[in-house]
Write a protein that binds this ligand. Structure first.
Ligand code: ADP
Ligand code: ADP
Ligand code: MG
Ligand code: MG
Length: 547
């Protein structure tokens, strides 16, 4: 159990509660007592198959197998064995025999003979500059085998950075360049491992659009994604991965995207008869908060801040006790600048933050240059470390126990994020300020983090401000919200915190997107552009928040 909730806590069991009757032999095992993968997803021409599952459950392993980077050993692991040794042919032979009579037999036959071309957008785009030199234009024109350069540059909004060196790109720019490079190349199978990290909502939906053109051209596409609204919008069908992170992962049968995501949210996979969580994750439709609700914990006057070329203007506003305010908007629109002003890291040019309050702040970019173990880090950075409260409200939900002995500078992105959010929450403060806390976390970890934040601020009568791009997460945790509009990199205008419905309407109107709610689970879903609902909602001005 995760220990956040007392009774109907949806997270009280994160790994499987009951296993399927029998697991067949694994597809791959990394070594003795090491991670095992059971099953592989279905490949489907002309459509997008989504992969949904927690971190450490084998998603990237699947993609490495399907792209021929890792020959699966069918669980027969031998000491000192390496992947492409002298036995390569034998190994493929075994794999091809194993899949006799199935779709995967032909696939692996062709893959091993180099008869099919696989394009793989790796998870870690920040590694790209190590392997690719030169500027964006040279890279993308060099790989434009499908003659789609103009179209792809347009959709992914890359025209302005064509002359930039790959080495100087931001995370979001690297991600879009990596997606573009994959889409431009000619292949039969396309694999996208977490394509939306670093991207804002508009860019996520643009990525959806451009990746879907591949399916439209008859390609077979597979996407691993933790942002449920994006996964929902991009996939035709999905597979859920379940099991025990770090130990074993099982690939579910293929499910329709709506049914599959709902099953994940409800925590029960019917066809497999497997329960992956004790209780469903429940989305609530909060009524708009009245303007004069609660007492302010902090207020600020109209704030202005300019850098060369960029200016931010934030309408005067306040944050109440016991509430979570989310903030969203494009990349480069001033969200982090605003957070820094609140956290007193930088001073505004005009205006002021009125109360002298204590703020615990998790910056957007977390550095891992700490030299030492996670436990040492916690001793130094988590004031309540060792207390009972820390154990139940922070250690458990963020699963820190398993990290204690690891070196901080060797943590994965998701592990580092958990550590950073957890240590921020362990500080004594009146406002807990998180800049993009869901980056690199899986669905479960995102919602667990949201609940942990809620629990701590309520117990301390504090408040939280959270900047994020994941609409489903935002919908799940927001009491109120603020929107950043304007022109990225040039001008940002922030509204004061107001009710979620108003903020979302403002935000989505700007993006020309509408959301509906799923009838069964109440989770937000993107409407197809120009669909009946899309047009109806736009006409009535209800871009969001329909029953
Ligand atoms: P996901 O993409 O779902 O987060 P991965 O497929 O990357 O998960 O990893 C699944 C599990 O396999 C993890 O526990 C990971 O530590 C382990 N693993 C990944 N690569 C290797 C490897 N080369 N050797 C040993 N274990 C590995
Ligand atoms: P967001 O968090 O919304 O992505 P930021 O607040 O980080 O946006 O940045 C807004 C704009 O201000 C960007 O164009 C960024 O390049 C610029 N900017 C941020 N910090 C500085 C700085 N210290 N000096 C100059 N420009 C900056
Ligand atoms: Mg992965
Ligand atoms: Mg930022």
């Amino acid at each position: 159990g995760c220990g956040i909730c007392t009774n109907r806590c949806p997270f009280s069991a994160i790994s499987v509660i009951n296993l399927p009757e029998a697991l067949e032999e694994p597809i791959h095992r990394y070594g003795q007592n090491m991670f095992e993968l059971f099953g592989l997803p279905h490949l489907s021409e002309g459509s997008v198959v989504g992969i949904l599952g927690p971190n450490g459950i084998g998603k990237s392993t699947i993609i490495r197998i399907l792209s021929g980077e890792l020959i699966p050993n069918l669980g027969n692991w031998e000491e000192g064995e390496d992947n492409f040794g002298a036995n390569t042919e034998n190994k493929w032979e075994n794999v091809i025999n194993h899949f006799k009579g199935s779709q995967l037999q032909t696939y692996f036959k062709n893959l091993s003979k180099g008869k099919i071309k696989v394009i793989h957008k790796p998870q870690m785009v920040d590694q790209l500059p190590k392997f690719v030199k030169g500027n964006v234009k040279d890279l993308l024109t060099g790989v434009d085998e499908r003659n789609q350069l103009g179209n792809v540059l347009e959709i992914l909004d890359l025209k302005n950075i064509l002359n930039r060196e790959i080495a100087n790109l931001s995370g979001g720019e690297l991600q879009r360049v990596a997606i573009a490079a994959s889409v431009l190349r000619e292949g039969d199978f396309y694999y996208f491992d977490e394509p939306t990290s670093w991207l804002d909502v508009r860019q996520r939906l643009n990525a959806v659009k451009v990746i879907k053109t591949l399916a439209g051209a008859g390609k077979s596409v597979m996407v691993i994604e933790h942002d449920l609204a994006t996964l929902d919008a991009i996939s035709d069908n999905i597979h859920i991965l379940y099991g025990q992170a770090g130990a074993y992962g099982v690939v579910s049968q293929m499910k329709g995207v709506r049914v599959g995501i709902n099953a994940y949210i409800n925590g029960f996979l019917k066809e497999e008869n497997v329960r992956i969580r004790k209780n469903p994750i429940e989305f609530s439709i909060r009524p708009p908060t009245p303007e004069d609700e609660g007492t302010a914990i902090v207020s600020y006057t109209h704030l202005k801040k300019s850098y060369e070329g960029f200016s931010l203007s934030a309408e005067a506003g306040e944050v109440f006790h016991d509430e979570i305010v989310t903030a969203f908007g494009s990349n480069g629109i001033g969200k982090t600048t605003f957070a820094k002003i609140l956290a007193d890291v930088i001073k505004p040019d005009t205006g002021e933050v009125e109360e002298d309050i204590k703020i615990a702040y998790k910056p957007q970019y977390i550095v891992s240059n700490f030299d030492g173990r996670v436990e040492d880090f916690l001793y130094m950075n988590a004031p309540s470390y060792g207390s009972n409260i820390f154990k139940t409200e922070i250690m458990k939900p963020f699963s820190l126990e398993e990290l204690l002995d690891k070196q901080v500078n060797e943590l994965s992105g998701g592990e580092l994020q958990r550590l950073a959010v957890a240590s921020t929450l362990s500080k004594e403060a009146e406002i807990y300020l998180f800049d993009e806390p869901t980056a690199f976390l899986d669905v479960e970890q995102r919602l667990i983090a949201g609940r942990a934040i809620r629990k701590i601020i309520e117990s301390k009568n504090a408040a939280s401000l959270i900047i994020d791009h994941d609409i489903v997460f935002i919908d799940y945790i927001s009491d109120r919200a603020m929107v950043f509009q304007g022109e990225p990199g040039i001008e940002g205008i922030a509204t004061k915190p107001t009710d979620l419905r108003t903020s979302m309407n403002t935000f989505l109107k700007d993006l020309n997107i509408t959301f509906r709610r799923d009838k069964e689970t109440k989770r937000p879903r993107v409407n197809k552009l120009d669909s009946y609902l899309d047009r109806e909602q736009k006409e009535s001005g209800e871009f969001y928040y329909l029953k």
